[in-house]
Design a protein around this ligand. Structure first.
Ligand SMILES: Nc1ncnc2c1ncn2[C@@H]1O[C@H](COP(=O)(O)OP(=O)(O)OP(=O)(O)O)[C@@H](O)[C@H]1O
Ligand SMILES: [Mg+2]
Length: 269
């Protein structure tokens, strides 16, 4: 048989496909405040296109880690990257696709939400017409349209939280980092925000969030990282965490409490 007619064999020399660039990653990150080591050699890798929950007890180092990822705090040691770009060496490119909502978002209280969203969009060079349309769409979605002309200073805590979320989404980021985004939201608002996050991920975006509401992480997150005392305790899908905790079928709350409880008495330098 003519060899040329045979199907060509798979090319044994072809390299396996490269894993996708993580949406964000931290490598050997360390941060000390005086005598407290807030983050202690942390490694974390968030693959693109998923919701990743970053969990840990109070004071574990979550906010400090996110602030270093967002480039707001310089690590003592280690590297933070967004979409493959070093946050500290190449901040402009790293932050291009990033939206970060801290646990205490700073809003311009004298502005209306429309003005604030337009201002934020302008910082990201979104054309004015597009910014206006996007701002109106987001405010309507979040139920804030009737208050669009009021100053933010007159808003309740939950309303301010919604404005912060809208401002994060106004420039269509690829990575959304949220530090306890559901705090202070009523049940309907929390549902709305969760739905928006799921929609954001379905559209190809990546979400990295911290929360103490473990049911939310259990239901929404594709992967979960648990830290305590600045160190990574466990990482993976819920199923993988159950295996690590030797708790088949357990809830995330039970797994979390066992893993975190096992560090009681563990020193923090
Ligand atoms: N600016 C700062 N100055 C001094 N210590 C700080 C500072 N920021 C954080 N820390 C300390 O670092 C540790 C980690 O704090 P961090 O805010 O990162 O925790 P967290 O995991 O976000 O906790 P929570 O769940 O309560 O938000 C804590 O011991 C905290 O007191
Ligand atoms: Mg925090």
């Amino acid at each position: 048989m003519d060899e040329a007619l045979l199907p060509s064999p798979p090319d044994a020399a072809a390299p396996p496909p490269l894993p996708p660039t993580p949406a964000c990653e931290i490598v050997a990150l360390r941060k000390r405040f005086g005598a407290t080591v807030a983050v202690d050699g942390l490694n974390l890798r968030v693959p693109p296109g998923m919701l990743y929950a970053f969990l840990g007890p109070n004071g574990a180092g979550k906010t400090t880690s996110l602030r270093m990822l967002a480039g707001l705090l310089k690590p003592d040691y280690g590297t933070a990257r967004i979409n493959g770009h070093d946050v500290h060496a190449d901040p402009v490119r790293a932050k291009q696709g990033l939206a970060y909502i801290p646990d205490d978002p700073a809003l311009y209280a004298k502005l209306t939400p429309i003005e604030f969203l337009e201002y934020t969009a302008a910082l990201w060079s979104v054309p004015h017409e597009q910014a206006r349309a996007r701002a109106e769409e987001l405010l309507t979605k979040l139920g804030l349209a009737p208050r669009a002309a009021d100053r933010i200073e007159s808003f309740s805590r939950g309303m301010k939280q919604k404005v912060a979320l809208a401002s994060a989404l106004v420039h269509a980021p690829s990575l959304l980092m949220l530090d306890e985004p559901l705090t202070g939201l009523d049940a309907a608002a929390a549902r709305l925000v969760k739905d928006m996050l799921v929609e954001f991920v379905a559209g190809g975006g990546t979400v990295l969030l911290t929360t103490h509401i473990l049911e939310v992480a259990e239901r929404l997150a594709q992967r979960i990282g648990i830290i305590a005392k600045g160190r990574l305790l466990a990482e993976g899908t819920l199923e993988e965490l159950r295996v690590q905790a030797a708790m088949p079928g357990a809830t995330l709350e039970d797994v979390f409490l066992r893993l975190v409880g096992s560090t009681e008495g563990m020193g923090r330098t």
